[in-house]
Design a protein around this ligand. Structure first.
Ligand code: ADP
Ligand code: MG
Length: 139
């Protein structure tokens, strides 16, 4: 199994509901190491750029509105198999369908406001880590 890095975003709903600490505890409890972290309020351009792959989806406008509504916590997570490990910890996109013990089951509200983001492949993880932490691509 390879050591990987993945990008996590604690989304505005979870920040508003004071769940930053709870989610970070779940991340660390799953054996993912937090190796970089920033709290920031995304601009419209940053959110649109990050979710560029979804620009033709019907929910794109709603997604950008949501992601720019308040601050988020972006972090770089590292472990063996980090991409799949964090996707498993997050649970399904729709919290109603997420398994017990996942972040989205515990703290997500609905399919849009689902508490967290995680990269979906090693390739996308590199792009997403580079989007917020360009200096990490050198290490
Ligand atoms: P995931 O975050 O699980 O990888 P997607 O990449 O399909 O899910 O979608 C990106 C984000 O867009 C989701 O996490 C969610 O915030 C939002 N989203 C997805 N589907 C919908 C939908 N049907 N309506 C509103 N927002 C959605
Ligand atoms: Mg996705």
């Amino acid at each position: 199994m390879a050591v990987e890095r993945t990008l996590s975003i604690i989304k505005p709903d979870a920040v508003e509901q004071n769940n930053i600490g709870n989610i970070l505890a779940m991340i660390q409890g799953a054996g993912l190491k937090i190796i970089g972290m920033r709290m920031l309020h995304l601009s419209r351009a940053q959110a649109e750029g990050f979710y560029e792959v979804h620009k033709d989806r019907p929910f794109f406008g709603e997604l950008v509105e949501f992601m720019t509504r308040g601050p988020v916590v972006v972090s770089v997570l590292e472990s063996d198999d980090a991409v799949a490990r964090y996707r498993n910890l997050m649970g399904a996109t729709d919290p109603v369908e997420a398994d017990k013990g996942t972040i989205r089951k515990a703290y997500g509200t609905d399919i849009g406001e689902n508490a967290c983001h995680g990269s979906d492949s090693v390739e996308n993880a590199k792009i997403e880590v580079g989007y917020f932490f360009p200096e990490y691509l050198l290490r």
